[in-house]
Design a binder for this molecule. Structure first.
Ligand SMILES: Cc1cc2nc3c(=O)[nH]c(=O)nc-3n(C[C@H](O)[C@H](O)[C@H](O)COP(=O)(O)OP(=O)(O)OC[C@H]3O[C@@H](n4cnc5c(N)ncnc54)[C@H](O)[C@@H]3O)c2cc1C
Length: 278
């Protein structure tokens, strides 16, 4: 199937984007197009106007300043994965990027598109949750900062308003000695995850002093497994932490896996990911 007829505009500045969004309530922003165009071709949505934001300068840079890494929303997955700054300072993201789809999709897809789409089976939303990111949303009224914990609202739903553009993602530098771990279970490499885990923490000797366990594929948005973290922070065994995961996660069954199987996968990932963080 092909998309139905749709208008196209490629503004050169954010104020032009804001004006177009305000005039066209059902317009959609076009970033990498890797999800949006597929959805249009399947007639999942039928906007009258696509606003291509690829002509706007300054939205694709990665910079460090004042203890924060700022990632422009138009940064493509491939550039994120190739960035020496990301590899050195946010290795969790560097570990996650190769799991995003395939090279051709990573070549066009953007971090902003991934976060704005909020597909619950995807890697970057979970990494941003583990890393306590803050989103910058801009509109004609100015900028708004949205903490990651309130950004993801549900299945394909975020706190972004119709007239807002996600312009950047700010991530505080992890504490010195911080460790990261990432793994996901998929049928084939590059598929959307069945269950995945992005983790960031600080270990003092054999004990954890900080640990964020951010799961994806087990809910309608990424979820922090607070009780399993608490168990590990209290020096309980991995088996104890795996047992309490049932109180953190309530996965739904999908076409291939029951909820119980997904919970089992989440437990397996907890053991694997935490063991890898050394
Ligand atoms: C076959 C296939 C497999 C895939 N597998 C994976 C996978 O395993 N993991 C994964 O993470 N992704 C996967 N993807 C999706 C891919 O990563 C996309 O790049 C990503 O979901 C969306 O990014 P995009 O830049 O292409 O956004 P687009 O498709 O351009 O936009 C997606 C949505 O976000 C909105 N949007 C985009 N940018 C902004 C912004 N700056 N501010 C506000 N709203 C915005 C758009 O209006 C649209 O609603 C897959 C895609 C395909 C086609």
């Amino acid at each position: 199937m092909k998309a139905s007829e749709v208008g196209y505009a490629k503004p050169a500045s954010l104020p032009e984007v804001f004006a177009l969004l305000e005039k066209n309530e059902d317009a959609r922003l076009l970033a990498g197009g890797q999800s949006l165009i597929a959805g249009l071709n399947m007639r999942l949505s039928n906007p009258t106007l696509l606003i291509d934001i690829n002509g706007i300068a300054g939205l694709n840079t990665i910079t460090e300043s004042g203890g924060t890494i700022r990632i422009g929303a138009l940064t493509r997955h491939l550039d994120l994965g190739a960035s020496p700054l990301i590899a050195a300072k946010l290795p969790l993201i560097a570990k996650a990027v190769p799991h995003i789809a395939h090279m051709a999709i990573r070549n066009r897809g953007t971090i902003g598109g991934s976060l704005a789409l909020s597909d619950p089976a995807t890697e970057l939303p979970a990494c941003c949750l583990a890393l306590n990111a803050t989103m910058t949303a801009a509109s004609s009224k100015g900028e708004r900062k949205i903490p990651v914990k309130t950004f993801f609202k549900g299945l394909f739903e975020t706190d972004l308003k119709q007239n807002e553009v996600l312009t950047a993602i700010e991530i505080p530098l992890p504490a010195a000695g911080s460790l990261s771990g990432f793994s996901e279970l998929v049928r084939r490499h590059g598929d959307y995850a069945i269950v995945g885990l992005a983790a960031q923490g600080v270990r003092k000797g054999s004990s954890w002093s900080q640990l964020n366990l951010s799961y994806f594929g087990v809910g309608d948005h990424p979820v922090l497994a607070a009780n399993a973290s608490e168990a590990l922070l209290a020096d309980k065994s991995m088996a104890d932490a795996q047992a309490v995961l049932a109180s953190d996660l309530s996965p739904s069954e999908d076409a291939e896996n029951s909820a119980a199987t997904k919970l089992h996968f989440a437990r397996v990932l907890l053991g694997r990911v935490v063991a890898s963080m050394s």
